[in-house]
Design a binder for this molecule. Structure first.
Ligand code: VAH
Length: 320
């Protein structure tokens, strides 16, 4: 990877991935793009282009202009939003993906796009979910992710495009708030713990989902993309995880730092149904064996770091 083009660069992953990539590969070597423009480090610290990924020419023109050798395609609607707007989700998630894959094929770029634990469904084994298993998701997001995995493998087998992906768990970060996900409760709770000392969860107790702290997600993307291609038996996409917890366990971890923190529940039936269709915890052996991935953050270490960094962020906003 020398010249990297990131779509969806202002989203939850992109906001941190672009800055990490620029630190490693050089600020002028990471071209960030999104359908909107904000007053942010991503926009001001290196090349930024406004790109609508449903416009294939727009992707091609930017990739050609900067002569990129790698495309990291992040632009997509997440699970809860996709359930509200399934047709828009199909057009954006699948139309954007095949447009980006076509550009990677034409310009011979390496290619990354994330899948998700959302690619599994209610008939998938829920505990220790295997790397290779049944995938019959019951959400539009899951349909998009399974189709996306198959499409990326097709572009590898048929056209030799070096496509790689991971099935992300719920991602937790303090930089960019998530938007429209089912696992967003695990981010919102930290903000509310600091702001009000209490949180009303839309996900019910005892609902386990795999989760990961953003630094580990960024490590996974970069490690996979730099991995020796000959070692990869799988490509799209690898199970990866760092931890699995349910709301009460997360609240208990927060109480170690904020003793009076309380959680109560107002369950959202739509997002609860999505969460219940996903695994409790997945098996990530293939990622460890084929490209050496292991997460650094567990619930205890993540909670300490999240509360510290978020407190500083919210305090600095108050001071401004
Ligand atoms: C979502 N955060 O909730 C995303 C992710 C596994 C969850 O795909 O839709």
């Amino acid at each position: 990877m020398k010249k990297i083009f990131v779509t969806g660069a202002l989203g939850q992953i992109g906001s941190e991935l672009v800055m990490k990539l620029r630190d490693i590969y050089g600020y002028d070597n990471v071209i960030a793009s999104d359908i909107r423009k904000t007053d942010s480090d991503v926009v001001h610290s290196g090349p930024f282009e406004m790109v609508d990924v449903t416009d294939s020419k727009a992707i091609f023109d930017i990739a050609k202009k900067y002569e990129v050798d790698t495309i990291m395609h992040l632009a997509a609607l997440l699970s809860a939003t996709a359930e509200k707007k399934p047709l828009l989700a199909w057009n954006l998630n699948m139309g954007g993906l095949i447009n980006a894959l076509e550009v990677a094929r034409e310009l011979k770029c390496q290619f990354f796009t994330p899948s998700s634990i959302g690619a599994f469904g209610p008939t998938t084994p829920k505990n220790n979910t295997p790397q290779d298993t049944i995938q019959r998701p019951t959400t539009m997001y899951g349909v998009n992710k399974v189709a996306g995995e198959l499409l990326c493998d097709y572009y590898y087998e048929k056209f030799g495009v070096d496509t790689r992906g991971v099935r992300f768990p719920g991602l937790i970060s303090y930089v960019a708030p998530p938007g429209g996900g089912t696992t967003d409760y695990a981010v919102e709770i930290y903000y509310e713990a600091i702001k009000s000392g209490k949180y009303t969860s839309y996900i019910a107790p005892d609902t386990y989902m795999d989760m990961m702290y953003m630094p580990d997600a960024l490590k996974a993307i970069i490690t996979l993309m730099e991995a020796d291609s000959s070692r990869l038996k799988h490509r799209n996409a690898f199970n990866i995880t760092a931890m699995s917890f349910e709301p009460e366990e997360l609240a208990a971890a927060i109480r170690k730092h904020i003793p009076d923190f309380t959680i109560d529940y107002d369950v959202d039936p739509v997002r609860q149904a999505i969460a219940e269709s996903w695994p409790n915890f997945i098996d990530a052996t293939a990622a460890k064996e084929e490209w050496g991935f292991e997460a650094d953050y567990d619930l205890v270490r993540m909670t300490k770091d999240m509360l510290e960094k978020l407190s500083q962020k919210l305090l600095s906003k108050e001071i401004q």
